[in-house]
Design a protein around this ligand. Structure first.
Ligand code: URA
Length: 275
């Protein structure tokens, strides 16, 4: 039985099974529940908060900064539930850490991709706002991811991602028994010509929802598939994406403290050199 019209049970959000005080302002969002412990293994302190369906949450400290990690499951619908419920209990800054398939030749398996925006080939974001609304990452979160990748010396690319609801047909892979549709033959060539770097399944929903709700989000993914060459290597680059995600939270916490000290709403390059 729900506590009220809001789907909560004993004061906890229905799906993620967390309540107020359980999560930090900054939350890392992997898709895979098994990645929550991998991400929190880099922290100085970790508390297990909840595990319900695909949503596994840990909260703790990374280099002295408050941090949480909640897995979202695969795709926009399950991510939208996690983000809805995390907002309700106080989270505001989100970093997706996941895996991806690259469609541009210059991107190698094991490289990282920081998504500056996402083509909305998902369905979940359409439930929230009209199709013309842009899915774009927060500038500060994106810069924090770039700063972290540079600091760790990892190979990365920055650009537009296409987020789909389907790993197979939706990303131009033949379905069972070779099932296809005529548009599947032009999907990758058309996106490539438009400069799209990669396919994944969550960023468009994440960027749209966080923008609508006044939060911030960015995404870093590890390239496990190269669609031009047909290479596939499970979890290639994932460790690097995890390290970048954790470091980006530390960097954002420091930038947010700087903004508070300087009474500024945004960071901008000359703010760092002002005494
Ligand atoms: N995730 C995706 O959505 N697509 C890929 O090709 C690899 C990971």
């Amino acid at each position: 039985m729900f506590d009220s019209d809001e789907p909560k049970i004993s004061g906890k959000e229905y799906h993620i099974a967390c309540g107020p005080g359980d999560v930090a302002h900054y939350v890392i969002l992997p898709g895979d529940p098994d990645r929550t412990p991998k991400i929190s293994s880099y922290w100085d302190a970790v508390t297990f908060k909840a595990s319900h369906r695909e949503y596994v949450t840990h909260t703790g400290k990374y280099k002295g900064k408050d941090i949480s990690c909640t897995s979202t499951g695969i795709g926009g619908p399950s991510l939208s539930i996690a983000v809805e419920e995390l907002f309700r209990i106080g989270a505001r800054t989100f970093i997706r850490v996941g895996t991806t398939g690259a469609i541009q030749e210059q991107i190698n398996v094991g490289d990282l991709i920081i998504s500056s925006g996402a083509v909305r080939l998902d369905g979940a974001s359409k439930a929230y706002v009209r199709q013309e609304y842009p899915a774009f990452a927060d500038l500060e979160v994106t810069f924090a991811l770039i700063e972290a990748a540079e600091g760790l010396g990892l190979p990365y690319h920055v650009g537009v991602t296409a987020s789909t609801d389907s790993f197979y047909a939706g990303q131009g892979r033949p379905g069972f028994n070779g099932y296809d549709q005529s548009w599947m033959a032009t999907l990758i060539p058309d996106l490539k010509k438009a400069g799209v770097l990669n396919f994944e399944m969550e960023s468009a929903t994440l960027f749209t929802l966080t923008r609508l709700y006044g939060g911030r989000a960015g995404a870093i993914t590890a390239v496990i598939a190269q669609r031009e060459t047909g290479q596939f290597k499970a979890d290639a680059g994932l460790e690097g994406a995890i390290r970048v995600g954790n470091e980006a939270v530390r960097i954002l916490s420091e930038w947010d403290a700087l903004k508070e000290r300087k009474k500024k709403k945004y960071v901008y390059p000359s703010l760092f050199s002002q005494v």
